[in-house]
Design a protein around this ligand. Sequence first.
Ligand code: AMP
Ligand code: FES
Ligand code: ZN
Ligand code: ZN
Length: 305
Amino acid sequence: MKTRCSFCDDHAIYVLKSRKIRLCKKHFIDYVRTEVENTIYRFEMLKNVKKLLIAVSGGKDSVTMLHILHQVCKELNIEMLGLVIDTGIGEFSRRQVDVAITLFKMFKIDYRVESFSSYGIDILRPDLERKVRRPPCSICGIAKRYIMNKVAIEENCQAIATGHNMIDIAQYAIANILTGNVEYLRKLLPKTEEGPKMARRIRPLYFIDEKETKLYVETLRLPYVSETCPLAHKRDTMQDTVRMFVRELEDKHPGSIRHFVEKLSNKIINMLPMEEDRYSTCKICGMPSKGEICSFCKIRMALRE
Ligand code: AMP
Ligand code: FES
Ligand code: ZN
Ligand code: ZN
């Protein structure tokens, strides 16, 4: 016998165990949208934003975010600009760019495609790790964040939206606690403040489980890239272990990770001393930097040597 939705007669496709409710297609989609909208309003993510840069990798998370934000921005009369970064990882990156462009066209959103290659970064270079002394995923992360901010500044976007979900946030937070990098926790807020040449970063999927974004794109039959990055095996293995732990905890104790990110976004972060965010200007590229030369320029210099 089919299980019924807690709100109507249709059959349920999702059980929200933490709230003990079952949801049909319609009520599941409504639930995800409402959660995301509440997060946006609660943290004033779009306050004073006239133009929003939305970073779309084509994965389930950023596709869900795009689908919801495109509606929200329309209602609030906020201009949107799509961004997809071609990281140059063969067929995987080509699929990401294709899917993102298909969606930007579908939602009639202007977009930019940026490539690592035009910044002199070849993530598949055999001597990459030796020259830069960082694993490829770390280089990729620094380069993506730099490019996102650069595009936002060039295009007069006041904020950048990324599709980090609740499991990503909990994983980064717990890994940083384990390694003692507690000052990094401030970077995991749902919204980070803007500064000179630095756009605000917002994470509208802060309270959404990765299982929910998968079901969201599949229910609405939105195109998305289901493959994981082929370089994922080179990732920090501790991060993978922490992720498995986070997943298991949420599955065995529904709502526990949501509770954790909730506490992280207010209580835990407020207990940390204020970090002096003393940014100066990178003497090579002129973008914000903690040291004389920013991490992105350091990577590019190491690759040129
Ligand atoms: P990840 O670090 O791969 O989990 O990605 C987190 C978020 O960063 C995604 O949800 C996107 O919003 C953004 N992002 C990651 N990769 C790309 C990319 N290649 N192009 C544009 N945005 C990206
Ligand atoms: Fe950048 Fe995997 S997506 S290394
Ligand atoms: Zn229903
Ligand atoms: Zn620089």
